[in-house]
Design a protein around this ligand. Sequence first.
Ligand code: HMG
Ligand code: MG
Length: 302
Amino acid sequence: MNLPKRVRLVEVGPRDGLQNEAKPVPVDVKVELIDRLTAAGHTTVEAGSFVSPKWVPQMASTDEVMTRIKRKPGVSYPVLVPNKLGMNGAIESKCEEVAVFTAASEAFCKANTNCTIDESFERFAPVIEAAQRHNIRVRGYVSVVAGCPYSGDVDPKIVADVSERLFRMGCYEVSLGDSIGVGTPAKCVAMIDAVAQRMPREKIAAHFHDTYGQSLANILAVMERGITVFDTAVGGLGGCPYAKGASGNVGTEDVLYLLNGLGIEHGVDLDAIAATGRFICEALGRQPASKVAQALKAKLAA
Ligand code: HMG
Ligand code: MG
């Protein structure tokens, strides 16, 4: 296998993991979650989003969360922003990194952000402009890169077009989201190869949801094709409110176990992440979706 020596993980549990929770998660819990993820060794912890509270009520407390977390030097705490209003919130909260998000299908873009793909880029223009003025890093997301819940198959060429636009606009990295977890290794490799023809491969991140249980296979496959940044969520939490039926992100515990087995460096402590997964799953009153989290929990109880 042709695998990298080291990868970088982007922990999206506090944002992607919690955004779909129906019951409000107390700010205390969110803050403890983020602080524990930092202490476990993550260098990027996506902390929330400045989106419309009518669309995603769970993220309404992001401003309070950002003021209360212990920001560790060298660790990034990005927040999602869909437009200038969200960017204003991020600036007020002294965020050093934001993420803009669009999609590879018109139907998903409309359902998620009430606009066309072109209109989403129009909204990003003032975000990028403000980011440059305030020295804020911008990451880009493309959703439904392997299939759309509304319009079905997605052409890798569209994923490549949208990714290139994000990159050229100033995103330092573009994360490719299989929002509904339908991708399989060959499909994901083909899609990523198409994107890599249009922007540097090392600036591409992979964001897999585990709906069909393909995430780890997909990660291994695209890692062999030179991808070294992976979005994961502690406990395998998550889902997008506008991708009905989509389950959680690939579990951070699962990815760490895979990487440890392959001897690939990542800088994150699996036991600390597993304990954090138990903490947040208890707070939410559910079992972790991550298989490794379940196995480690059973081992502890034995
Ligand atoms: P809209 O209704 O078209 O926007 O929503 P609008 O400009 O007409 O504004 C409507 C109301 O929202 C107004 O308030 C605005 O002030 C307010 P009102 O006058 O009705 O009281 N508003 C805002 N409030 C707070 N923060 C803002 C903001 N903007 C407007 N930033 C909008 C457009 C984009 C705002 C809306 O559709 C939205 O918030 N969507 C967010 C959806 C979302 O967060 N989805 C999940 C994240 S993406 C994801 O999970 C995928 C990813 O994980 C990758 C993958 O897996 O694929 C990243
Ligand atoms: Mg997602």
